[in-house]
Design a protein around this ligand. Sequence first.
Ligand SMILES: Cc1cc2nc3c(=O)[nH]c(=O)nc-3n(C[C@H](O)[C@H](O)[C@H](O)COP(=O)(O)O)c2cc1C
Length: 253
Amino acid sequence: MLGIYFSATGNTKYCVERLVNKLDKKSKSLAMKDPETLTAVQHADGFIFGYGVKFSNVPKIVHDWILANKFIFNGKKILIIATMGAFSGDGSGCAARLFQKCGAQIVGGLHLRMPDVVADSKMLKKPLAFNKELVIKAGNKIDNAAYDILNGKYPKEGLNIFYHIAGLLGQRLWFYSKTSRYSNRLKVDSKKCILCGLCVKNCPMDNLYITENKLVIKGQCTECYRCINCCPKQALTSLGKKVVEQCSVEKYL
Ligand SMILES: Cc1cc2nc3c(=O)[nH]c(=O)nc-3n(C[C@H](O)[C@H](O)[C@H](O)COP(=O)(O)O)c2cc1C
């Protein structure tokens, strides 16, 4: 069993690894952009694919990765994991439809509520105990799903027309533009930035670089929030104006 994930703060990585290990102890999980991933997909009959939902949609980087590699998914059996802070409607269905266009067979969908990674929104932040409880519940749900899958019963969350309508009406109709192109909202507070380069190293889009003693942001952001969550000086923001609380899955385990 192969697991593939796109994960900003580790939520999705944790979920994919847990499910894959429960299904097969000898299995491995790889990051979507790992140099080994495409070859591993080519050699597998199928795989588990996970990502954190963005505005009830697939993050732009995931959308583009699927379409850029469309020829290798033909005939593959895929189970999709969508992690989310609260609600996505058809979180897994969004990637399912893309993979189906590439000739893949979708065998299941699993929705997992995890801590919300939008670090610069007070409204979305929850107490530590609440987030820890979310991760425990997600873990239990994964273990139950693994048991069912091993008995031939795949979860189908996010995949039917009712989920699709919920995703559209819940958010996607109003926020579609936020995932249909890369964003230029990422900002740096140059008074706080110490030019440590951690954001540059961690950005999956190569959206940041340092030159002449300043951090430059190119405007090709997939809004994964990895840089915002790992900045030691809380100097980066996107949707909000100030970092309220940074996330990483390790905090909640
Ligand atoms: C820009 C942005 C948009 C998001 N949109 C949604 C959403 O529509 N619904 C939801 O439930 N969670 C949403 N989330 C929360 C993430 O999906 C959730 O925290 C996820 O587990 C992050 O996983 P990761 O750390 O593996 O990337 C959003 C997060 C970000 C950064």
